[in-house]
Design a protein around this ligand. Structure first.
Ligand SMILES: C[S@@+](CC[C@H](N)C(=O)[O-])C[C@H]1O[C@@H](n2cnc3c(N)ncnc32)[C@H](O)[C@@H]1O
Length: 149
């Protein structure tokens, strides 16, 4: 069961870890709850997801791909499921850091191998990888990637 406080906790983490980042892309953001929390913390946040019903936040109602023009300082995803890999690929391609809280894999892989795979993908794409944990129930591990260029 996902923790209802996950948005507030992850927003605080993002704001502290990337204190200089003003513009955030929130990928697979569902209704936009993480966007609300990041906006409260003074971040200009754009949520990408395909949902028709969402909160009144800056919302790009479409599938996020690596071809999306980059107007962000950091790209993040809370339980982004099928968008997890593309967040890492996007960050590497556009030379911005990322922070993700992975949940389900996109290929049936179980959680620990999936986490290892994501960290390896980021390293292979030239990013320095960090691991953090949010104080919350459910999938709470954060992978951060910072471009090395
Ligand atoms: C498990 S939900 C998580 C939603 C929200 N982040 C949360 O924690 O409640 C996964 C979301 O990923 C979205 N999604 C999957 N692939 C995507 C993509 N390529 N671009 C944008 N959204 C995507 C789905 O539409 C869904 O809303």
């Amino acid at each position: 069961m996902a923790d209802k406080q996950r948005f507030e906790k992850f927003a605080r983490f993002v704001a502290e870890r990337f204190s200089a980042a003003r513009r955030v892309y929130d990928i697979a953001g569902g209704q936009g709850r993480l966007n609300e929390e990041l906006t409260k913390l003074g971040r200009e946040t754009t949520t990408f997801d395909q949902r028709h019903k969402h909160l009144d936040v800056r919302y790009a109602q479409r599938r996020f791909t690596v071809d999306e023009p980059c107007a962000c300082d950091v790209v993040v995803g809370m339980h982004p499921d099928g968008a997890t890999r593309v967040i890492i690929e996007y960050a590497a391609e556009h030379n911005v850091p990322f922070a993700i809280v992975p949940c389900c894999s996109d290929n049936g892989m179980s959680y620990k191998p999936w986490m290892r795979h994501l960290a390896e993908l980021a390293t292979t794409l030239g990013m320095a990888v960090e691991h953090h944990t949010l104080e919350m129930q459910g999938r709470a591990s954060v992978i951060v990637g910072v471009p090395q260029r």
